[in-house]
Ligand binder design. Structure first.
Ligand code: XMP
Ligand code: MG
Length: 179
């Protein structure tokens, strides 16, 4: 798998340090509340795992699966809910956990839905932000690293469902998705 990676952007150590730092920020900002960490499947799995173990406070873990990608490397703008929540979010503080924000379509849709369902607050923590890819206005409150407009894999991020298990974030060689 390492042979398919052009460049490593963030090492395991850098990512884990950043996750711990973000967790501490969340701990301060949500003190006295019992927020829901809402992971978007499947990309947020490693990140939510690293975040939650550093949050020394009552948190609830939930997941949703929404998809705007169909196996390629560009967003379709059509956001589908593949797996919905099975709990009420009414009057709850929600922290959406994302692997990466690109066009902003996915989060815009999920935030609107959660607010419509009566969430007390909705914020986003994302490990990576690709602001050059933005099509709709969307500013995540908590950002790990800002990256240029390259297609990245690892630490939850996939290309055609593979590479999610890489413990670092890297840029995929173009020849891998051109063939
Ligand atoms: P939007 O465009 O809705 O996209 O903000 C968010 C989702 O798109 C996927 N995404 C990527 N996945 N490498 C990936 O493996 C990338 O560089 C990339 N950019 C966007 C991702 O699933 C994210 O949740
Ligand atoms: Mg995703």
């Amino acid at each position: 798998m390492r042979n398919d990676i052009k460049e490593i952007l963030f090492t395991t150590e850098q990512i884990e340090e950043k996750a711990a730092q973000l967790a501490k920020e969340l701990e301060v900002d949500y003190a006295g509340k019992k927020p829901i960490l809402l992971g978007l499947l499947k990309g947020s799995i490693p990140f939510i795992g690293d975040l939650m173990k550093h949050m020394n406070m009552p948190i609830q873990i939930e997941f949703m699966d929404v998809s705007s990608y169909h196996g390629g490397t560009t967003s379709s703008g059509q956001v589908k809910i593949l797996k919905d929540l099975d709990i009420s979010v009414e009057n709850r503080h929600i922290i959406i956990v994302e692997d990466i924000v690109d066009t902003g379509f996915t989060l815009t849709k999920v935030i609107a839905l959660l607010k419509h369902r009566g969430a007390a607050s909705v914020e986003v923590v994302t490990m990576l932000d690709k602001p050059e890819g933005r099509v709709v206005e969307m500013e995540p409150k908590y950002i790990g690293f800002t990256i240029p407009k390259a297609f990245v894999v690892g630490y939850g991020l996939d290309y055609d469902e593979y590479y999610r298990n890489l413990p670092y974030v890297g840029i995929l060689k173009e020849e891998v998705y051109m063939k």
